[in-house]
Design a protein around this ligand. Structure first.
Ligand code: ANZ
Ligand code: ZN
Length: 915
């Protein structure tokens, strides 16, 4: 190979190429109706300071897709923006004594530069930060619309209160029950806040059902499904005549419970209510011991995972309620495992069949009454349901029943979809109900139906669907967020800011000091005339949850500068064709964005039901960790860049020492790159050392997009070496390519062979692009280079136009991953002149005719023994084959002087000469 005249110099090359792109404004897209559109978007980053490897990976995936589809003829949108509100900016502001706004905008400027250095095909004309009033005014506008429709509403909420800092704390600011800054024991306070009614049956059901049609990872769909947590059961009341101090019946004399196991209703031996339940409050009034217990419960966790594992504790209230079917009086306990926020905050206790109730009953020596013979003793029916085969009462056959709701809820005998957890199934025993049919011998579904019907007749209950999903609390007692557009007036109450006065602009020069929301001290922000009566009033100082910002930013990208939330351009681009982001957003962000979209639809702002057709959750980036342990057990983590590692002959790390002092450090195993483990790699340093193309190639090549990626310095170096080889090879073929550009396509067998190999690889590469498997795209390109190098070892003239074609395929196939270098090569080798700019040149498709081999290789036998082989044209007839075969030296040896008795040809395979 001749020495190339221009050596590969990524930093100069990449800068020059990007300057060309920028000058040509080549990544701005418009709503071109002549092309199919494709909207590919990465989850918008929080401007924390600088990019990390996870960002690099995420955006490269997005960029590869964008560039490839553009060449395939799509009108592709790849936007970018900034999730700019939120707590880290407030924390940074406290540390550095700068306003969050200044800190945020500085970070944005820096990170944008870094993104630009990666050479991403972003349409920057659509960029915005969520902290800009032009964006968040629409959060405010939409919030007011939701308020009008009743989707947004006000109720009191319990918050964490730090009594020393005099501030509300977010959950993540409470560490072991104490404020993260002050260390004070955190108290619970009830304050008013705003909620969005996502747990409304209509939306919850739709959010569940529509999951089926999404091109999302199954794992993410399942996480959403579990989060929504649908339970089908019965809600009914135990009656009582317990009156409060002013003589009114508490809750109208009905203590409601929700149960998924109404078939066990005859096994109730106690009831338990949450600490916050009205009956508990009432009973505690003259019972200090109970009050103390209630206070203790309230301090505890409200996390369900904790509820499941914690020790069950309770206390008898001394109150009794009446069982609706037996008339028996049942004791009411306060139980620490009963959640006020689920169902009705009260349960019927069935210790014989519910694990939690069982633990409770054992501890407090309550009765245990079995009413179900578990499944293992019953027979499973053919249809998947369970029946006691000995005695089925046909009267209760489900199919012909015409009653409340079971059919409407879609229950079938074989519908095991909503089988609740916690308990055994089987058929009922010990369950004679006076006056109505006995439950005995009924299976789960039938028994529930009987009970539900009977409770409905008594007007005490009905079938009910409950969701674990809670309404979305959106008020934050924080400064750096979208102001909630409400005004508090002493005479008029809570008054919405009129639409014409939007946006309510957040002052950008506050510096939080840890003593609560600084807006509370900003008289210029606070004081406002009541829009309704004109009297002096005060603005709401709570701001919105930042999940609101991320619920619809991707729609604002489609409609930059629109003077409405979105405009008709949104109809062109949405729904999004490909969303790309981390699995950590599998639940909340994606669920809220889906909900928000559905509300926008119901308000006539969009015409689709779901925002993200396809979702790719990229895998985490991992790296080795190194640490030393102090005497007190505390670990100090060292950055891999500062550590020297010794490997065994299989390449496994066996020891490591710190470069600075030459002393040993422990090898801690590979973990997600994180500040806490000090095992991050700075993308900036990587780009400076090797160029963006190497960083991009390594992150694509090292593993499939959805899987974890293990950092490897040698992998980075290998990627860089490969790019150098591509560069040198292409430059060395410059003259041949120019010379062969007008030559015949396949003047020789070698040329045909080259085309066969190249198009075979291209077929694989294109298939891998299609399924977003970019790692094997990269390895396909590597094979392509190997083949080309081999084919060009000798004289290239015989390769004809197959050579320029092959090189152009290599450049194009590699371009989406490595855009800078390939862009330059495309020009240097003259392709740009012939075929046009690389960005919009047609994507190379596999030529099927190149895969057809025209020659066939035959094994040649003499009297059944293999003697030689020959290659002939597919079209060669028997006579031609015979003369070719008999001319072979090795065949001649065995046929000399003999007559050919038979000449047999097995088409495309074998020749046998019988002599
Ligand atoms: C009696 C029973 C018997 C129950 C049995 C289960 C098994 P899922 O499936 O998760 O929706 N429950 C109802 N409200 C509750 C609350 N506020 N806090 C704690 N637990 C509550 O769970 C529904 C079941 O959880 C209900 O069915 C109820 O216990 C309990 F063998 O009622 B079950
Ligand atoms: Zn007023």
């Amino acid at each position: 190979m001749t020495t190339p005249s221009t050596p590969y110099n990524p930093s100069a090359l990449e800068t020059a190429v990007r300057a060309t792109w920028q000058a040509g404004d080549v990544y701005t897209v418009t709503e071109n109706k002549d092309k199919p559109k494709f909207y590919a978007c990465s989850m918008l980053p929080y401007p924390s300071g600088k990019l990390h490897m996870g960002h690099v990976r995420n955006y490269t995936i997005n960029d590869v897709m964008t560039r490839q589809l553009r060449m395939k003829g799509y009108n592709v949108l790849m936007p970018m923006g900034w999730d700019a509100f939120g707590m880290p900016a407030e924390n940074a502001a406290m540390t550095h004594n700068v306003p969050p706004a200044a800190w945020t905008y500085d970070n944005i400027a820096y990170m944008k530069k870094q993104m630009q250095a990666m050479g991403l095909a972003i349409d920057w004309s659509r960029e915005f930060a969520t902290c800009q009033p032009e964006y968040y005014r629409w959060n405010q506008w939409f919030f007011l619309k939701m308020l009008e429709k009743g989707i947004a509403y006000r109720k009191t909420q319990i918050v964490n209160w730090d009594p020393i800092d005099q501030t509300v704390l977010a959950n993540e600011q409470v560490i072991d029950g104490r404020g993260w800054r002050s260390g004070a024991l955190v108290e619970k306070r009830e304050i008013p806040g705003y909620y969005l009614n996502i747990a409304n049956e209509k939306y919850a059901e739709e959010l569940l059902k529509d999951l089926d049609d999404l091109g999302w990872p199954e794992r993410v769909k399942l996480m959403q499904k579990n989060w929504i947590g649908k339970s089908v059961g019965v809600r009914f009341a135990f009656t009582h005549d317990i009156k409060n101090q002013v003589g009114e019946l508490i809750q109208d004399g009905k203590m409601y419970v929700f149960t998924t196991r109404a078939d066990t209703i005859m096994g109730v031996t106690f009831c338990a209510v949450a600490a916050e339940h009205p009956l508990a409050t009432h009973a505690a009034q003259n019972n200090p011991e109970l009050q103390a217990f209630i206070d203790k419960c309230k301090l505890g966790s409200v996390m369900e995972a904790d509820m499941a594992t914690m020790e069950k504790e309770g206390m008898n209230t001394g109150l009794q309620v009446k069982h609706p079917l037996t008339g028996e009086m049942i004791d009411v306990w306060v139980g620490n495992y009963v959640l006020m926020s689920y169902g009705d905050g009260a349960v019927m206790g069935v210790p014989a069949h519910d694990e939690r109730d069982f633990a409770f009953a054992k501890k407090y020596k309550l009765d245990i009454k079995p009413v179900i013979v578990p499944l293992k003793h019953a027979n499973q029916c053919e249809n998947g349901g369970y029946e006691n085969t000995t005695n089925i009462s046909p009267k209760w056959d489900y199919e012909d029943e015409n009653t409340t709701g079971i059919a409407q809820d879609g229950w079938k005998y074989d519908d095991t979809q909503w089988l609740p957890e916690h308990a055994e199934y089987g058929y009922c025993i010990n369950s004679n109900i006076k006056d109505i049919n006995s439950l005995n011998d009924c299976n789960f579904y039938r028994a529930i139906k009987i009970v539900a019907n009977h409770l409905a007749t008594l007007k005490l209950g009905e079938l009910k669907t409950t969701y674990r999903l809670r309404d979305w609390g959106i008020s934050r007692q924080r400064y750096w967020g979208t102001p909630i557009p409400l005004i508090h007036c002493e005479s008029c109450g809570v008054v919405p800011v009129p639409e014409k006065d939007l946006p309510v602009v957040l002052p950008e020069d506050c510096i939080p000091d840890g003593s609560g929301n600084p807006l509370n001290k900003r008289e210029d922000f606070l004081n406002v005339a009541c829009p309704s009566c004109g009297k002096p009033a005060r603005r709401e100082t709570d701001t919105m949850d930042t999940f609101i910002d991320s619920s619809w930013y991707y729609m604002r990208y489609t409609s930059p500068n629109a003077d409405s939330m979105v405009d008709e351009r949104n109809d062109y681009w949405m729904p999004m064709d490909q969303y790309i982001g981390g699995i950590e957003h599998a639940i909340l962000h994606l669920l809220y964005a889906r909900f928000w979209t559905k509300v926008m639809r119901d308000m006539g702002l969009v015409k689709f039901n779901e925002p993200f057709k396809n979702l790719l959750t990229q895998g985490m980036v991992l790296n080795e960790t190194y640490y030393r342990e102090k005497d007190n057990g505390q670990k100090i983590w060292f950055n891999p860049a500062d550590v020297e590692v010794e490997h065994d002959d299989k390449g496994r790390p066996i020891a490591a020492k710190l470069k600075a002092d030459g002393q040993a450090v422990h090898i801690g195993g590979t973990e997600k790159m994180a500040k806490s483990k000090n095992n991050g790699i700075d993308p900036q340093a990587l780009i400076e050392q090797y160029g963006a193309d190497t960083a991009r190639l390594f992150t694509m090549f090292a593993s499939p997009p959805e899987q974890t990626l293990e950092w490897s310095d040698s992998g980075v170096e290998g990627s860089h070496r490969f790019l150098k080889r591509v560069w040198n090879f292409c430059q060395s073929q410059k003259d041949s390519i120019a010379a062969l550009n007008t030559a015949e396509l396949t003047p020789s067998a070698a040329a045909k062979e080259l085309r066969f190999t190249v198009h075979t690889l291209l077929k694989q590469i294109n298939f891998d692009y299609e399924r977003l498997q970019y790692n094997t795209v990269a390895s396909g390109c590597m094979k392509l280079l190997n083949e080309l190098e081999t084919a060009c070892k000798n004289d290239t003239a015989s390769l004809g136009k197959a050579l320029p074609e092959a090189v152009s395929i290599l450049i194009r196939a590699l371009y989406p991953i490595v855009p800078h270098m390939t862009y330059q090569l495309w020009q240097d080798l003259g392709y740009a002149n012939d075929l046009g700019d690389l960005l919009d040149v047609a994507w190379p498709e596999c030529d099927a005719s190149a895969l057809e081999r025209n020659d066939v290789t035959y094994m040649v036998q003499v009297n059944g023994k293999l003697r030689d082989q020959l290659t002939a044209a597919k079209t060669a007839d028997k006579d031609v084959l015979q003369s070719m075969a008999l001319a072979l030296p090795n065949v001649q040896k065995f046929t000399e002087g003999l007559t050919v008795k038979k000449f047999i040809v097995v088409p495309n395979k074998l020749i046998n000469i019988v002599v």
